[in-house]
Write a protein of this length. Structure first.
Length: 368
């Protein structure tokens, strides 16, 4: 008869092989115990204890409580359990996941992330940071069959929605709202929306005012600069949603107007160079307007090759643009992949100008 070992015990045994040999040896020597004394207390042979300390084998799980008592320690110390990771460790891990996505593919990175979360199942910041990154990467890298990953992420967001950390909780609820809307479960979405608090106090604004009064002008400026960028992002989001509604209601003139305002506002507030053309390109694809789409594509691709240098503009002197420029490079790669191999721009295939644009892209990125 073959006994099935519970997965929890198998995981415990895996962890035992890590550092327990060093801990047993160090604790034993601290207490001035011999291997023979440890063996006698536990009812095992001296060679068995010797093997534990060499790391060639490890104690039976049933012996662990007695071993911990003998060595005057607890099971967590004995097993080298670490309940949480530091913020730096989490940030480094997310960077590692991102690198894995690029070099080995999304599935490998996903499994890597799940293994880490399995090792630290109560570390909310790890789950939050990792799952948020993977959720964004689904879109950023245009991953096929995203639904199978989204089911896993939704379960994590359900877990995080019960967090005591306000930021984590509210972000998780917002993600659950998006999932509900996408599957047209509008009653669930409304129920979730009503769980979000409505606060009349803008904490960040109060802090910025406080910094100004304290003479901490640099700290205050950083907050206001981020607020400007966040505000224009909210305006852009509102305009894109209004454009979408106008298209659905067949109010094309209004949609064109929203796209124009989107471009003007984006340029006025000196956002990432390619962003101003996003609305017009999206609308031209919906309208199947070849002239407008080619113009928007040209402007977008040219702008994407530019670096965003916010420090050259008084609005954003203290912002770090490195992450935004990396993001632009990835979105450019996605757009190029769609143009070369996708269907979104199929209505342009017979255009000589589009063919020239594709050839330029292939030359620029060595796309075969």
């Amino acid at each position: 008869m073959c006994l099935k070992i519970p997965s929890g015990i198998m995981e415990l045994q895996r962890r035992l092989a890590m550092k327990i040999n060093h801990i047993i040896r160090e604790k034993r020597k601290e207490l001035l115990l011999t291997q023979e004394q440890v063996a006698e207390f536990l009812g095992v042979s001296t060679p068995a204890v010797n093997k534990w300390e060499k790391g060639s084998s490890y104690p039976d799980i049933t012996l662990l409580p007695a071993l911990a008592r003998l060595l005057k320690t607890d099971l967590n110390t004995l097993l080298s359990f670490q309940d949480d990771l530091s913020d730096v460790e989490i940030a480094n891990f997310v960077d590692e996941v991102d690198k894995t996505v690029q070099e080995k593919g999304y599935e490998t990175a996903f499994q890597m992330a799940m293994d880490k979360i399995h090792d630290f199942p109560t570390c909310e910041n790890l789950i939050y940071s990792t799952v948020m990154y993977l959720t964004g990467a689904l879109i950023l890298y245009n991953i096929s069959e995203p639904e199978r990953y989204e089911k896993v992420f939704e379960a994590f967001y359900e877990q995080l929605s019960r967090s005591q950390n306000t930021e984590i909780k509210e972000t998780a609820i917002s993600m659950l709202i998006s999932y509900s809307i996408n599957r047209k479960d509008f009653s669930k979405a409304e129920e979730l929306i009503n769980t979000l608090p409505s606060s009349s106090i803008d904490k960040e604004e109060r802090i910025a005012v406080l910094y100004t009064e304290q003479g901490k002008f640099l700290d205050a400026l950083k907050i206001w600069e981020h607020r400007i960028l966040d505000s224009i992002t909210e305006i852009q989001t509102a305009l894109m949603n209004m454009l979408d509604i106008a298209v659905k209601e067949e109010r094309i003139e209004d949609a064109d107007f929203y796209a124009d305002v989107y471009e003007q506002a984006s340029k006025l507030f000196y956002v990432t160079p390619w962003i101003p053309y996003h609305a017009k390109m999206s609308l031209s694809v919906i309208k199947k307007d070849k002239k407008e789409c080619l113009a928007a594509l040209k402007s977008t691709l040219a702008a994407m090759r530019e670096k965003w240098r916010p420090k050259e503009n008084p609005l954003y002197k203290h912002l770090d643009s490195s992450e935004t420029n990396i993001l632009s490079e990835r979105i450019l790669a996605m757009l190029q992949e769609e143009m070369v191999n996708g269907n979104e721009f199929a209505f342009l295939e017979n255009s000589q100008e589009y063919g020239q644009l594709l050839q330029e892209l292939r030359t620029y990125n060595n796309i075969e």
